[in-house]
Design a protein around this ligand. Sequence first.
Ligand SMILES: Nc1ncnc2c1ncn2[C@@H]1O[C@H](COP(=O)(O)OP(=O)(O)O)[C@@H](O)[C@H]1O
Ligand SMILES: [Mg+2]
Length: 545
Amino acid sequence: MISEAKLRANNYGKVVGIASRVSPISHGENNKEVEVEIPFENYLESRLIVDSFLGLSLLIPGTLILGRIKEVSREDLMSLSRVPALSVNEDPSSVATPLRIKVELISELIDENGVKEVVPPSSPIDPQSPVFLPNDDFVKTMLGLPIDGIEIGKVVEGYRRRENVEARISKEMLSHHILVIGTTGSGKTNLLKTIYSKSDIPLIAFDIQGDYIRTAIREGGRIVIPMSEDYAKMGIVPFLKLVFGRSSVDINIDRDLVNVDGQTLTFSSGEKKFKVTLMGFKFSKVAKDLADISTLFSPQGAYFFKLIIDNAIVDNISNWEKIEKEGKNNLHVNIHQYTLSNIERAVKIIQEMRILDLKIKLSDPGMTLQHKSIELDEPSYEELLKEKITVDLRWIMERGIDASVTAAYIIMNRIFKLKDNAYKQGKEILPYIMMFDEAHEYFPQSRKNEEGKESLERLINKIMRLGRVRGIGTILATHRPEDLNDLIITLTNSKVALRADNDALRRVDMEEYSKILEVSPPGFGIIRTFAYRAHNVFLRSDKFD
Ligand SMILES: Nc1ncnc2c1ncn2[C@@H]1O[C@H](COP(=O)(O)OP(=O)(O)O)[C@@H](O)[C@H]1O
Ligand SMILES: [Mg+2]
């Protein structure tokens, strides 16, 4: 029996010890720990440290178990026999005692008539069951790691990476959304950049800090820049000089610009080409979306704002008074004064953002176009959907967080509509990723005006709940999960916790790891996902730059 169990164990690793002969081995729903013993000579040869994986090959059930070392203890022979020191001389021979280990059981591999399945550990652990150092394949199987998907790092034991055991994000995980939490400097942006670069799925990264510009350039992606009036005035070339300058990238417009196509410029940098698309919103095109997504309108305000727009000729937002008058005249209903002032206030704030109906001076390196200017418009979103996009919100951010969030909402909404159309027409569902670093800025817990909460939550529901079957997966990162909207916490079914304090961990129900995560190095974290068999897996991300 024991030799059969040993043979089974040999398929999956190297036998180093046995389940305890001296203490009873019990485990159950609340207690997932058992004790094993490693003879002294094996202890000398193998590196057995806290958090390493161990395998157990059970005698009677014939199944295999993966566990993790929780505690190690060493005892002198005298301690075992309870004999106090007899002399002051040391006695090396009595150090040759076994290593005792407490193992936390993670999962069990059962074999029902040749069908193998990984389940939570439930079989009794027989004394003298062989204990082994599991090989990579066994660890992968028993943690139930996806074989396909975007590699974000390696599984770790202690703080050491297991180089051949990759932690991946599968398509299924993406469509159920991912939240990354961690303090500043814990490695959130690095993780998202890794995903950006490794993904073979098209994606859009909303970037309010300019963190992704270098990555976009390196990967040959497209940088989309929503403009504000101040920067549009500068003209294209001086503005782009500023963009590249502030992104610390070595792009020289005279040297690297290879093509200009309307608002899109193509540059060649190294082996790759990347594109920059300047964009602007026209009030006549976005007015209705603003009613749906802007958190500035009350529900009644949004409703009547839309009616006014439907009943007037809408052109420039600077003509709002005229538009409003015409709409109201054609409507033949009385709008409550309170609702009207909500609308007027919202329009005023939107006007003040200075992000609608912009013109930009065309300037090319040769300066032959410098006297012309064009109206800035939105790009073709169909085209964007096929690429990796970084939305550089730094410039519009100078007009306030509301301006950049509004721009992001419009873009998200447009992409959703395209995905929705494809879905309704029964077209093939293609996966798509939306990434939000500093996610609390886009999806806050509550806004100053509670009126906007409803439209914000409608938008979240749309993108995440309805988005799922339409192929949209989101990845969100924040150092302030406390400030993140509750819906986001609920709708993200995979969570990665990097270095974080207790409050942040409590928010994602991972407080039990606060001791480890309070002090962990950048990129070290725990992933909790329905998609892995083991619900909490320690990982270290790959360093990107
Ligand atoms: N897996 C890792 N290994 C080593 N260094 C890392 C790792 N992940 C991130 N870092 C480094 O830690 C620092 C902070 O990372 P960053 O992604 O900017 O953190 P955050 O976005 O959470 O503030 C950066 O210098 C980054 O290069
Ligand atoms: Mg960051």
